[in-house]
Design a protein around this ligand. Sequence first.
Ligand code: UD1
Length: 383
Amino acid sequence: MKILSVVGARPNFMKIAPFVRAINNGSRTQKLPITHTLVHTGQHYDFAMSDAFFQELGIPSPDLNLGVGSGSHGYQIGQTMIEFEKAMLTVRPDWVVVVGDVNATAAAAIVARKHGTRVAHIEAGLRSFDWTMPEEINRVVTDRLSNLLFTTDLLADENLKREGTSPDAICRVGNIMMDTLEYERPRAVELDPLQILLTNQILPERSVDACRYTELADYALVTIHRPSNVDAPEMLTGIIEALAQISNVLPVIFPIHPRTQKKLQEFGLWEKTSSSAQLHFTRPLGYRELLRLNMGARAVLTDSGGVQEEACVLGTPCLTLRENTERPITLIEHGGTNRLVGNDPKTILECFQQAASEPRHPFRPEFWDGHTAERVLHRLLEA
Ligand code: UD1
């Protein structure tokens, strides 16, 4: 069987690593008859956003890099389709495997189906029901086109059934992100949060140097990059003000996505980081570094999908700075640690105070057990 899998942006890399490992293990130990081609669309291209993850997670170099890079949605999707079509016609796979919800995911699914190639989607069925999110469009399009839909949880199955997906095409395998989390956890535990901060901090003028800390045992962790939070100056200013207030109480570590850094600079907020606040920006962190910080954080404030899931399994109280989530299984009402707080500074502060006083409460939905990739491969081989 010829499998071609596709990655494009940072959150894809944690999802593909266990799948590639499962293929390699299966080929070696059980002589599974699989030929695998890995295609990187090149949507993320900085070392810290891409190559660093391939190295750290042991993903083999992509067989092909389409070099798509940055641009508008139309440009990224269009350029990916043009280049991916050439790759697919050369490889002629039996299955195209796509993961997550980035532009690369939807673009590859469209091209594959148009050529009559079967598509399998890992992380199918997630819905925020928010059509202003580019990722929601990618999720719906990809799922509608997929022949096999690998889901993370029961709620995702229900979404797909409601949309009319054949139950035979839905296969609940759990969350492949947890394969990576469990695989990397022992090495992440060994890392020291203060060292992570000292090695990666970026020091805008007037900001506080973390060197004065002797240890970092209690802190809040922040990751924010969604256009809805960072692209409008009033929105981003409010969020930064809320974070500055939290940082008067305890250190705030904020690994910064290129989009967010660009916007902070554009809106004149970058150099204004208060000299009294303990708000520390860092470069984008490696997978283990971020996992380690999530393990020890008093609370995490995020708009990332993956961080919500990781916080849930680690038991870290999580504030999601959005009005909705496509990952409701992580919410407190379903047993998780996640609460939706939107992006109003006052609400963020109130919810932070509440969350920061809560004990850690790890929650692991069914099949989030570190063996999802094997289930995916097993099912693909049967198809
Ligand atoms: C993309 C995904 C999003 C995911 C996020 C994680 C889509 C629609 N969005 O959003 O779902 O949560 O990745 O990171 O696919 N940039 C760099 N270096 C890079 C990559 C990007 O500087 O290596 C800059 C680009 O120039 C651009 C901005 O960051 O200005 C945004 O990049 P883009 O790939 O368009 O979307 P993300 O916001 O990263």
